[in-house]
Design a protein around this ligand. Structure first.
Ligand code: HMG
Ligand code: MG
Length: 306
């Protein structure tokens, strides 16, 4: 039995644009998010309030967050790594945040200059503040399917970090295949382990598609009852601190598959494509989403009457 509905968390404006070589102009980021807001997506990660030196591409987080049109019924979470980031995000009116750690010590050190334990201590303060201010909180657990630095990541280690984040008060946990190495048998092993600790209504999976296994992993997860998936318009994405990581699974690819399987998302694929088409005109490379390209080509043929 597959879920009848699924929720898409659009991460292109954050995970995607953090990894672009060229810094996208602030106005174009705002336009991209505003276009995504018209598509029926209910969760659009907007930006990151991290150290600008760590991610210069998102140094304009305050301008972007303040500039976007906040569509009714849509939430715009932002990443925060510490209390300083929290203050900046709160100062702009953010009402949903995401903290982020990992199951690999080596990755956590390079990404946020902390051990996993130090990250939990840091987030305890952030989450306490966020909860008392009434914010919604997501917790990311990266490198859940493999580390870019060769250290072994066990499913038990992933589960343990998830449990710590749930205990701190996270409303949702997103478990990430940061470098796109995971395969469906790993999903089949990991999800039941996580399901003992976290309700599936609060568990998201976040697949990068570096080796082309993301949709197969999503299908394996659907079979386990998972129904919240992160994806990025056009397949943008990657983490500058995870060597070799490429884009997230494309939102168009996920929507095409889910809608084809009669799983409702409430998202208009054509409108996501319009946002992707816009951002493709801004960045210096093509998009990787296969469904984006196939549907664009089909539409062009129809328009030309061929
Ligand atoms: P640090 O250098 O250890 O920070 O960085 P620090 O506390 O020692 O502070 C150093 C300086 O940075 C100070 O300024 C702070 O004020 C400033 P100075 O006194 O030298 O002038 N600073 C800040 N400024 C603005 N905003 C802040 C902030 N924090 C400190 N929030 C830190 C530690 C965590 C801050 C840094 O490593 C960092 O920002 N890392 C972020 C890395 C990142 O964003 N990675 C990508 C996102 S994770 C991802 O993509 C994976 C995901 O998609 C899931 C998946 O795929 O698996 C989520
Ligand atoms: Mg990611």
């Amino acid at each position: 039995m597959l879920p009848k509905k699924a929720t898409i968390v659009e991460v292109g404006a954050r995970d995607g644009l953090q990894n672009e070589k060229l810094t996208v102009p602030t106005g174009d980021k705002i336009r991209f998010i505003d276009l995504l807001s018209e598509s029926g997506l209910r969760w659009i990660e907007a930006t990151s309030f991290v150290r600008p030196k760590a991610i210069p591409q998102l140094a304009d987080a305050a301008e972007v967050f303040s500039g976007i049109r906040k569509a009714p019924g849509v939430r715009y979470p932002v990443l925060v790594p510490n209390l300083k980031g929290y203050e900046r995000a709160k100062g702009c009116g953010a009402d949903a945040i995401a903290v982020f750690t990992a199951a690999s010590e080596a990755f956590t050190r390079r990404n946020i200059n902390m051990t996993i334990e130090e990250s939990i201590v840091t987030f305890a303060d952030v989450i306490r503040r966020a909860k008392s201010d009434g914010l919604w909180v997501r917790g990311y657990v990266s490198t859940a399917f493999g580390s870019p630095f060769g250290d072994v990541v066990t499913p038990q280690a992933v589960r343990d970090v998830c449990i710590r984040l749930v205990e701190l008060g996270c409303d949702e946990i997103s478990v990430g295949d940061t470098i796109g190495v995971g395969v469906p048998s790993q999903v089949e092993e990991l999800v039941p382990l996580l399901a003992h600790a976290i309700s599936l209504d609060r568990l998201a999976l976040h697949f990068h598609d570096t080796r082309g296994t993301a949709l197969a992993n999503i299908y394996a997860a659907l079979q386990q009852g998972v129904h919240i998936f992160d994806s990025s318009a056009g397949g943008l994405g990657g983490c500058p601190y995870a060597p070799g990581a490429t884009g997230n699974v494309g939102t168009e690819d996920v929507l095409y598959m889910l809608h084809g399987m009669s799983i409702e998302t409430g998202v208009d694929l054509a409108k996501v494509r319009a946002a992707s088409r816009f951002i493709r005109g801004v960045i210096d490379h093509d998009l990787t989403s296969k469904a984006f390209h196939a549907l664009e080509a089909t539409e062009a043929r129809v328009l030309l009457g061929r």
